[in-house]
Each structure stands twice: as structure tokens, then as C-alpha cells.
Design a protein around this ligand. Structure first.
Ligand code: GUN
Length: 290
């Protein structure tokens, strides 16, 4: 069997079309112009590329985008003051502090992000939004897992009653993915570095989500024939610009029923969901539900 390849670009385009329509409605009917502020501290080269892509995505959809560049030497207090001023700025509906922060601020990442007003937290990382998701309320949800679940919906892949296995327990992908799948009535198993008989657990999955951060980790022998395999891994090949996923694409595509590629899979949905969250944040702040 050769897997059906789920092209993230097709689904991202559909989400963006919908978001663009909502932006136009907010502008024409309510005079609300959704705005995203992205704060980038320091000179991380990969972050600069990601931030530029976010800015371009906003411009394409008519979302106002501000990039706030802060020097590598920025202090905790300076960053907090910037976050506070964005919290109080009515033109800014979404705030994203690009990670990773420079080494001297990195240990305080959680504390700093927690100062973003929850309804402006378009990353969905604030404890209030984490708690809401755990409680079954999907208000502002982390972009990558949200993109994965939207893709499953758009690809007409049923989730209810299925056995889902998640590889990787990160706050950014694994844990929110757990709640999203559970809320849709999957039976969900969360695996991590100390899971016993990992390959055997993976082989029980109807839906396998790979977010382990390890290139080519999922091989064909770990996949049940016909399973849906979502590759949420983004691994930079050392010394190259190329990225590879957590799934060994060549072997797994011969076993899986559906498979997302890297690049061109869930990564493209992450940006679309950031734009979606920005518009949702604007609606939340103005109590408008389109
Ligand atoms: N750096 C890489 N990915 C992300 C993301 O999704 N959000 C933030 N804030 N920083 C990132």
C-alpha cells in the first residue's frame, strides 16, 4: 500500500481563505482591524526567518502586523515593560514572543510568557489557556496541534473511537494534542522517552502523531498497516537549511494509510493557525463570534 499524502499547503490555503473572509467582515461590519505583534529578542537566525514568514502571512490576509525587535542584551524588565504595553494597546489583539529567548532570559521564559494577557496569547501557552484546553474549552489553542486536528477534520479522517498514540510530551505539541484528540473521543496514549515497548505501543495506533524531535525516528515497523501518521517533527539538518520530520517518510509511506510530509505538512498549518488565532483573539476581545 502507498499512503495518501496529506498536503498541508492545501489545507493551510483553505484555513487562510476563511480567515481572510473573517478579517474583511471584522473590518467592514465592525471597523475592527485585527493586529498581531511579534516580539523578537536577539539575533537567532531561524527565528528571523519564522518571524518574517508570520509578517508576510499577516499582510496577505489583511491582518496588521508589527515586528518589535529588541537587542540581545534586553533585560527581563525591558521585555516585561514591552509585553505590558502591548497588553494595553487596543490595536494589538495578538502577542507572540518568539522563542527561544537569549540564554540569560531563557530560564524565565514561562514567567515572561505568563505576563501576556490570556486573550491576546495567540500561542496558547498561557496557563489560563492551557487550563481551558484541559477543561475542554478550546479558546486559544497552540498552533501546531490545532493545525493537526483541523487537517484531520478537513481530510475527513474520523477520530472518535480511534486509538491515537502521541510520541512526545511537550507543552507545545504533545500535551495539547492529547486534549484535542481526547475531546474528539479518541482513546489516547501519550508516549515519551521512558515508555516501555515503544514500537509495540505505536503499532496499536490508528492515528500516530510524531512529535519526538528526533529525525526519522518512526520507521515502518512501528506503524500499523493503514494507520494515519501525522509527522509534527521539524528537525534542521546540521549545516543545511533543509528540515526533516520525525518519520522515515520513504519506508512509512509504504505501510501507512495517510501520511503528512515534511516540509509541506503540518508546519504550513502552524502559520495558518496563528493567523486564525489572531482573528479569534480580536473577536474574543470585542465579544464578536462570526
Ligand atoms: N519558535 C518556534 N516556534 C514557535 C512558536 O510556535 N511560538 C513561539 N512563540 N516561538 C516559536
Amino acid at each position: 500500500m502507498t499512503a495518501r499524502i496529506l498536503d498541508g499547503r492545501v489545507y493551510a490555503a483553505k484555513i487562510k481563505e476563511r480567515v481572510a473572509r473573517e478579517v474583511q467582515t471584522l473590518k467592514s461590519q465592525y471597523d475592527i482591524h485585527p493586529g498581531l505583534a511579534t516580539v523578537i529578542v536577539g539575533e537567532d537566525e531561524a527565528s528571523k526567518v519564522y518571524v518574517a514568514a508570520k509578517h508576510k502571512g499577516c499582510e496577505e490576509l489583511g491582518i496588521c502586523s508589527e515586528i518589535l525587535r529588541m537587542p540581545q542584551s534586553t533585560s527581563r524588565e525591558e521585555l516585561l515593560a514591552r509585553i505590558e504595553s502591548l497588553n494595553n494597546n487596543p490595536r494589538i489583539h495578538g502577542i507572540l514572543v518568539q522563542l527561544p529567548l537569549p540564554a540569560h532570559l531563557a530560564p524565565e521564559t514561562a514567567e515572561l510568557l505568563n505576563r501576556i494577557q490570556p486573550d491576546k496569547d495567540v500561542d496558547g501557552f498561557h496557563p489560563v489557556n492551557v487550563g481551558r484546553l484541559g477543561g475542554g474549552e478550546e479558546r486559544l489553542v497552540p498552533c501546531t496541534p490545532y493545525g493537526c486536528i483541523k487537517m484531520l477534520e478537513m481530510a475527513d479522517i474520523p477520530v472518535g473511537g480511534k486509538k491515537a498514540v502521541i510520541l512526545g510530551r511537550s507543552n507545545v505539541i504533545g500535551k495539547p494534542m492529547f486534549h484535542l484528540l481526547l475531546a474528539r473521543n479518541a482513546t489516547v496514549t501519550m508516549c515519551h522517552a521512558e515508555t516501555a515497548d515503544l514500537a509495540a505501543v505505536c503499532r496499536t495506533a490508528d492515528i500516530l502523531v510524531a512529535a519526538a524531535g528526533s529525525p526519522g525516528f518512526v520507521t515502518a515497523d512501528m506503524v500499523k498497516p493503514g494507520a494515519v501518521v501525522i509527522d509534527a517533527g521539524i528537525n534542521r539538518v546540521p549545516g543545511e537549511k533543509r528540515i526533516v520530520g520525525d518519520v522515515d517518510f520513504a519506508s512509512v509511506k509504504e505501510v501507512a494509510g495517510c501520511l503528512t510530509p515534511v516540509p509541506g505538512g503540518v508546519g504550513t498549518l502552524t502559520l495558518a493557525m496563528l493567523l486564525y488565532n489572531t482573528v479569534r483573539a480580536a473577536q474574543l476581545q470585542h465579544k464578536i463570534f462570526l
